[in-house]
Ligand binder design. Structure first.
Ligand code: HPA
Ligand code: ZN
Length: 349
């Protein structure tokens, strides 16, 4: 629509996107064919023998986003997300995965991004660090020259695995630290509070990494998890919060976030899995109106009806009745709370 022109064209910064969540079905099919691997949508599910079967299977497994609002469906999301990792084996695969994202990003005028990657989901399958990281590195370099998309990586730890595993992976990644700007925490949050990873995040901060953590929406202990992320871990809180939408229901949390000037990465389409349109708009609007630097992002576009950053910005605009001026504020928030070098920030402004 003509009135979406501003959103389409504005230069963007994306701060919450799981690179493995950008594995489109077409690319997954291509990699599976190239490597001769078996293709399933969920562990122990039926083997899929064509791209059509893959599409049909995804359509049947992922109910309409707006109806995915219970724990069983949340589990299906994680099962299918991690099953997708199976397609990724060689340096070329990681290169293609990242390049596919950067190309989509460029088409939406994303100029800088900080994608997450989940190393534990790859090392556990025997993928060497060098394949993963060199694939990412080459794609990052090529994306900058070919697409004018700059990037830095955020290494995420899977919170349902042990803090010891996270620490081992942290140390193993240090040879690649020149392309890693920050450390994050993701995966299934149930009974896995941020405080479990206190030692690791403290160390990472001392080593000079930026810090962020997921606080998924409407989990059992979400307010307590947000409180820890905002004011406890790493001696007073992380640098950003991923999601954290429940803070909108708690003035004390919003005050803490404001006081510390923390950015929040909001991914509207993701929340349709757990919440309704009617609740979603007002919660995002509350954070925005409180003056918190929220940003709009895509999370896992390949698992969310192929909705990338542009679709998420359009959704936010419509849910919250954001004007073009508000959209410009959101885009500027992302530049401000990004961990890009000052010269890169100025280029985008
Ligand atoms: N929540 C937590 N971890 C994740 C998600 C999510 O929505 N997507 C990929 N890893
Ligand atoms: Zn996420």
């Amino acid at each position: 629509a003509a009135d979406d022109k501003f959103v389409i064209e504005i230069p963007k910064v994306e701060l919450h996107v799981h690179i493995e969540g950008t594995l489109t079905l077409d690319l997954r099919w291509k990699l599976t064919q190239r490597n001769g691997t078996t293709l399933r949508l969920i562990p122990n599910g039926p083997e899929l023998k064509s791209l059509d079967e893959l599409h049909a299977s995804m359509a049947s497994i992922m109910p309409e986003a707006s109806r995915m609002n219970n724990d069983e469906e949340r589990d299906i999301f994680f099962e299918s997300y991690f099953e997708g990792f199976q397609a990724l084996k060689t340096k070329e695969d990681f290169y293609d995965l990242a390049m596919n994202y950067f190309e989509h990003a460029a088409a939406m005028n994303v100029r800088y991004c900080e994608p997450f990657f989940d190393p534990q989901g790859h090392t556990s399958r025997g993928v060497p660090w060098s394949e993963m990281m060199n694939g990412f590195r080459e794609a990052q370099t090529d994306a900058e020259t070919k697409f004018n998309v700059k990037s830095r990586w955020i290494m995420c730890f899977l919170r349902d695995l042990s803090p010891e595993s996270a620490m081992e992976h942290y140390k193993a990644a240090l040879p690649y630290r020149d392309i890693i700007v920050g450390i994050g925490l993701d995966s299934c949050e149930e009974d896995r509070p941020p405080s479990l990873f206190e030692d690791l995040f403290g160390l990472a901060r001392d080593d000079g990494f930026k810090l962020t953590m997921h606080c998924d929406v409407d989990q059992k202990d979400t307010p307590e998890h947000i409180r820890q992320v905002v004011s406890v871990v790493a001696g007073g809180g992380t640098d950003r919060i991923d999601h954290g939408l429940n803070a909108a229901d708690d003035q004390t949390l919003m005050d803490l976030i404001l006081k510390r000037d923390m950015g929040m990465t909001i991914c509207p389409w993701s929340y349709l899995r757990h919440t309704t349109y009617a609740e979603l708009g007002p919660r995002i609007r509350t954070l925005y109106d409180a003056g918190i630097e929220i940003t709009i992002n895509s999370d896992d576009p390949a698992y969310m009806d192929d909705c990338w950053i542009l679709h998420n910005m359009l959704l936010a605009k419509h849910l919250c009745s954001f004007s073009d001026k508000d959209v410009a504020v959101l885009a500027r928030n992302a530049i401000n709370v990004s961990w890009a070098e000052q010269s890169v920030k100025e280029e985008i402004l």
